[in-house]
Design a protein around this ligand. Sequence first.
Ligand code: GCO
Ligand code: MG
Length: 408
Amino acid sequence: MSIASVDVIVTSPGRNFVTLKVTTSDGIVGWGDATLNGRELSVASYLSDHLASMLIGRDEDRIEDTWQYLYRGAYWRRGPVTMAAIAAVDMALWDIKAKKAGMPLYQLLGGASRDGVRVYAHASGTDFAALSNAITGYRELGFTAVRVQTGVPGLGQIYGVSAAGPGVRYDYEPAKRSGDRPAEEQWDTRQYLTHMPGVFAQIREEFGTDLRLLHDGHHRMTPIEAARFAKDIEPYDLFWLEDATPGEDQAALRLIRQHSTTPLAIGEVFNTVYDYQTLITERLIDYVRSAVTHTGGITAMKKILDFAAIYGIRSGIHGPTDISPVGMAAALHLDLAIHNFGIQEYMPHNEQTLEVFQTSFTFDRGFLHPGDQPGLGVELDEEAASAFEYTKAYLPVNRLLDGTVHDW
Ligand code: GCO
Ligand code: MG
């Protein structure tokens, strides 16, 4: 048996997704997620113009060999476009292998290490009252962990804060359909650093110590600002502080570490194990934040997580709405199987997306399960997908108050 056809499906049920469909000569279909927010068509082209013809006729069972063929064989390595394309192929091949075995994928990864996967939701609000309502709403839904982001006085719309009302479940979508150019947002680190510790203090006062609290710095601080912030918020016992500094600078985490015991998470913009080499071996982080979709798929992510496990570092796989339900399923199967699971991000997809991608996920009191269907457990309805045409959408660009471009 071999790979008979490879198709790339671009659809936009409220936001853009790129999905790979691999079909074997005996008709088994595997799905892979290749969505790269704001650069979707580059990955679609990488897959259809370059990889598709190389895959036809290959033995679908040789997953490791195919991964190495696509990674080493290209000569050019790493980068989000390449690694998202490889990830999609890898997921599709694991989906096929598990369907052939008649098992949910987590069984092939060693079986379940837990009954369900603790997830965190995104609670946000332009002010504290709105944030507090959102946290209450998620607690009522059963969530045991929330990421909190809030407006900063003096700044307009900023990263991570829903413009919709509090408690809205499908509330935050950072990619904007704003024509040919990205929307722009404003930022001032000093105002943020002055405001944020008080917000955590108020949350602890109102909600107590049980709730797991997470926060995303979204790459905006300098190393010394981040060190100071991480130290200031120690009394509020965060589950993690994410992306305190820009992702390229691994050494920055060393400085934060020297000053604070606030747990650190990073990696959503990383795409290979090499981005983590220093961070893992020097124990400069506590959680690996990569998306399976942006890091070369299940094969590569499993290796990163096993490497992290040796150093006592746990998983916190990226799961925003720009990871399709296929990519989310890949994360959930890994989460269930690995020993060093930490937490899983969960931003539920909108209803249109869930019409296109049929999942078998179940949510029970703060825990998700990928379901027990053979494979990844997600099927794409091609007819439903064809109703939603690609629509240009970009993540915002960020500027300081004097107009300087800053990390978004
Ligand atoms: C998160 C992320 C997202 C990203 C988005 C970019 O922690 O969920 O920071 O909100 O900004 O996924 O495409
Ligand atoms: Mg993030």
